[in-house]
Design a protein around this ligand. Structure first.
Ligand SMILES: [Zn+2]
Length: 120
């Protein structure tokens, strides 16, 4: 697999948008194609290069960390996608999809939390 293909594959793992709760004013949709590092206003996906993925999974949640290099500020940040799985299925015959909810966090290169971005 070429670097370009690998980059595209990682890009597919990143939801294009997250939703931020604005209390009584509903939800705001924001693009995840942006650099979350301080003092950087890069919001062009062309300048963002995902290069590494880490996955962790247990019975309660699945965590995917995508490492992204910003070509504008030359910094690296991590998008952490946390998928909470539903509490055990209620009945055996239930055909319902298990409920799941996703949370998005931004981390800096050292893994320090830059903040909870929103939901996806
Ligand atoms: Zn940047």
């Amino acid at each position: 697999m070429t670097d370009k293909e690998e980059e595209e594959e990682l890009r597919d793992e990143i939801p294009s948008h997250a939703y931020i709760s604005l209390a009584r004013r509903g939800m705001e949709k924001i693009s995840l194609d942006q650099c979350f590092l301080k003092n950087c206003d890069n919001d062009s996906s062309e300048l963002l290069e995902p290069f590494k993925k880490e996955e962790f999974e247990d019975e309660k949640k699945k965590i995917t960390k995508i490492h992204i290099k910003c070509k504008k500020c030359e910094g690296t940040f991590i998008l952490k996608l946390e998928n909470i799985k539903s509490v055990a299925k209620s009945t055996k015959e239930s055909e319902q999809e298990p409920l799941s909810m996703g949370l998005v966090f931004a981390l800096d290169e050292e893994g320090n939390n830059l903040g909870h971005i929103g939901y996806f």
